[in-house]
Design a protein around this ligand. Structure first.
Ligand SMILES: NC(=O)c1ccc[n+]([C@@H]2O[C@H](COP(=O)([O-])OP(=O)(O)OC[C@H]3O[C@@H](n4cnc5c(N)ncnc54)[C@H](O)[C@@H]3O)[C@@H](O)[C@H]2O)c1
Length: 261
């Protein structure tokens, strides 16, 4: 791991006050990025920033004007934003489509897709004329497999495809855009669902060949790699970080995971 990977350059992490975003902010700070945490939840964003030696700002990623103003403010005070982690997102309680209120569908799409798009455009419109920049959006394994999450899973499939579209758009301008797709990570919303008996940890790990959940820092490590010069020829990809879940899910058809030898 290169501690000077970031070389003091600015990385903005949306949804950086909790879970995967918080861990990613930590990994990036450790690797020499100057991190700015942008989150709708201001108090934990400020607390995290103090711990990490980062900056914090309150931002609702669904608000285009506020997002553009936040980028203007950061660039005026600190310098060019060279990396964006468009990570802010909501999970959705499982519900059959007949019972999923349309307001809930709209809320999930507004943050997970529209909000990520707004952040990416704000970053790209500044990075492209400068001829460099890196963007990573947070997808999900549910982007590639079905789940009874009829707003969340399509929002994540769209955001992964959006990353590829933007990679094609800005490639000639030196801006790389990729997605990571986490498997199951015990962040506060998933932990709360497990505690309320809505998700069974045994089932979450059963289809993963590695037989465990993913640690938030393992997502951060993948994001840091994609933003680093080690990934200088990588753009438009979706990197699953899922303890093998995408590879293993189908084995339930054959009676489950082969035992450890
Ligand atoms: N935890 C998992 O298993 C898992 C799996 C796959 C993908 N993901 C994705 O990872 C990302 C982070 O999820 P997490 O599990 O760490 O959840 P989390 O709730 O711990 O973190 C999400 C953060 O986003 C912030 N946020 C929510 N709406 C926002 C908005 N409108 N503007 C700005 N910030 C906003 C929240 O305040 C919170 O700090 C999400 O995009 C989620 O869909 C999580």
């Amino acid at each position: 791991m290169a501690r000077d990977e970031g070389r003091g350059r600015i990385a903005l992490v949306t949804g950086g006050a909790s879970g995967i975003g918080l861990a990613t902010a930590g990994v990036l700070a450790e690797r020499g990025w100057r991190v700015v945490i942008a989150d709708i939840n201001e108090a934990p964003a400020r607390a995290a920033a103090t711990t990490l030696g980062a900056e914090a700002l309150a931002l609702d990623v669904t608000d285009e004007q506020a997002t553009e103003a936040a980028f203007d403010d950061i660039e005026a005070r600190l310098g060019p934003v060279e990396a964006l982690v468009a990570n802010a997102g909501l999970i959705q309680p499982g519900a059959p489509p007949e019972r999923l209120p349309l307001q809930e569908f709209d809320r999930v799409i507004a943050v997970n897709l529209r909000g990520a798009y707004i952040s990416c455009v704000a970053a790209g419109r500044r990075m492209a004329p400068r001829g460099r920049g890196g963007i990573v959006v947070t997808g999900s394994v549910t982007a590639s497999r079905t789940a009874p999450l009829h707003a969340y899973a399509p929002s994540k499939a769209a955001v992964v495809h959006m990353a590829a579209c933007l990679a094609a758009e800005w490639g000639r301008s030196g801006v790389r855009v990729n997605a990571v797709s986490p498997g199951y990570v015990a962040t506060p919303p998933l932990r709360a669902a497990m505690e309320r008996g809505l998700r069974d940890p045994r089932l979450l790990t059963k289809a993963a060949p590695l037989g465990r959940l993913v640690e938030p820092e393992e997502i951060g490590a993948g994001v840091a790699f994609l933003l680093s010069d080690h990934a200088s020829a990588i753009t438009g990809i979706n990197l699953p970080i899922d303890a093998g879940w995408l590879a293993g899910a189908h084995l339930t058809t054959y009676g489950g995971m082969p035992p450890a030898r």
